[in-house]
Design a protein around this ligand. Structure first.
Ligand code: 13P
Ligand code: SF4
Length: 304
C-alpha cells in the first residue's frame, strides 16, 4: 500500500470509528504528520479527558495510553503495539513504593505520570514535566516524596521551598546525556540556545538556558527571536521543531537521545489497531478509581 493510500485508509477508519489519533512529540514523523493532536504528557492527558471521540488511538508509550484509560473509562483506548514500554516507568513498582511510604508516614507522594496505573493508584497526586513545580507547591506539606524520576525531583527541589525526597529512578535516554556532550555542541554552535528537559541530570540542567517539557520547548522556540537551538531531549521532537520553524536551526547534542520505545509504532500498526480494535488498554476498576484521584488532582492544579 502506498503511503498516500495508507494515510487515506487511516483517516477513513478514524472517521468510521469516531476516533481521535493522539501522538506524543517523540513519535516518528509519519505519525506526527497524521495525528489529530500532538503534545506532551500533560496536554495529551487533557486532550484525552476532554475529547468527545469514542475511541482514542494513542501513539506513544504504554503509560500514556494507561493515563487515557484512567481518565476515560467509557471510551475505547487503543495502543497500536504492546511492546512500547518506558524505562523510567519500570524503575518503580507498587510494592517498592509501599515500602518507602511506610518509612515516611504523612509525606505525600507526587508521582510522575511516567509510571504504571498501579503506582499512580498508590500516590497522592501525579505530575508531568510541565507542571511538577506547581504540583509540589500546591501541596499543604513541608516534605514531599517525588517518584520515580530522581532528576525531575532534584530539579523541582531547586524551585520550591519544600523538602523534596526522591526515588532513584531515571530515564536512561535523558540521564545519559553528559555535560561534556552539551559543552562540545555549544562550542560547535556558540550562537545556539540550549533547551533541556527536566529529566536530564543536574550538571546538564546547569548548562541550560531554558528548561521545559517537550511542548514547552515547542512553544518557546515558536516565540524566540534566536535562530539556533540545541535540543536536550529525545530527537523525535526536532521533526516538528523544524517543520514549524523552517528558517531556524536545531542541533541534537548526543546520538544517544533516541528512545526506541517511542519509535516502534508504524502507520500499518495504526491501521490494524483501528480495523481490529486492538490493543485495548483497560485498568482494573478499583485501581483505576484510585489512580484517577491522583491524575484528577493534578489536572485541577491551575496551569498559570
Ligand atoms: P513530556 O511530558 O515533556 O513530553 O515528556 C515525556 C517523556 O517521556 C519524556 O521523556
Ligand atoms: Fe520513558 Fe525516557 Fe522514553 Fe520518555 S524518553 S518514554 S521517559 S524511556
Amino acid at each position: 500500500m502506498s503511503l498516500t493510500t495508507l494515510r487515506q485508509e487511516i483517516r477513513h477508519w478514524l472517521r468510521k470509528r469516531r476516533a481521535i489519533l493522539l501522538a506524543h512529540n517523540y513519535q516518528p514523523p509519519e505519525i506526527q504528520d497524521l495525528a489529530d493532536y500532538l503534545g506532551d504528557s500533560l496536554a495529551l492527558s487533557m486532550m484525552a479527558a476532554n475529547t468527545p471521540a469514542e475511541v482514542i488511538v494513542f501513539c506513544g508509550v504504554h503509560f500514556m495510553a494507561e493515563t487515557a484509560a484512567i481518565l476515560c473509562p467509557n471510551k475505547t483506548v487503543l495502543l497500536p503495539r504492546l511492546d512500547v514500554g518506558c524505562y523510567m516507568a519500570d524503575t518503580i513498582t507498587p510494592s517498592l513504593l509501599r515500602e518507602r511510604k511506610a518509612q515516611l508516614p504523612g509525606v505525600p507522594v507526587v508521582t510522575y505520570v511516567n509510571s504504571s496505573a498501579a503506582v499512580k493508584a498508590d500516590s497522592d497526586i501525579c505530575c508531568t514535566s510541565a507542571n511538577a513545580i506547581k504540583v509540589v507547591n500546591s501541596l499543604d506539606a513541608r516534605r514531599v516524596l517525588m517518584v520515580p524520576d530522581r532528576n525531575l525531583a532534584l530539579y523541582t527541589a531547586r524551585h520550591t521551598d519544600k523538602e523534596v525526597l526522591n526515588w532513584e529512578g531515571c530515564c536512561n535516554i535523558h540521564d545519559r546525556l553528559s555535560a561534556a556532550e552539551v559543552l562540545a555542541c555549544r562550542q560547535a554552535h556558540p550562537e545556539a540556545i540550549f533547551l533541556a528537559h527536566p529529566e536530564c541530570r543536574p550538571a546538564v540542567l546547569d548548562l541550560a538556558d531554558v528548561i521545559r517539557s517537550t511542548s514547552g520547548m515547542l512553544a518557546y522556540v515558536r516565540r524566540a527571536k534566536a535562530t539556533a537551538f540545541i535540543i536536550g531531549t529525545e530527537r523525535g521532537i526536532i521533526y516538528t521543531l523544524q517543520k514549524e520553524n523552517p528558517t531556524k536551526q536545531f542541533y541534537s547534542p548526543s546520538p544517544g537521545l533516541l528512545c526506541p520505545d517511542m519509535k516502534r509504532i508504524t502507520l500499518p500498526d495504526v491501521l490494524t489497531a483501528l480495523q481490529e480494535n486492538r490493543y485495548q488498554i483497560t485498568i482494573e476498576e478499583e485501581c483505576r478509581q484510585r489512580a484517577l484521584r491522583a491524575v484528577e488532582r493534578m489536572l485541577a492544579v491551575p496551569r498559570d
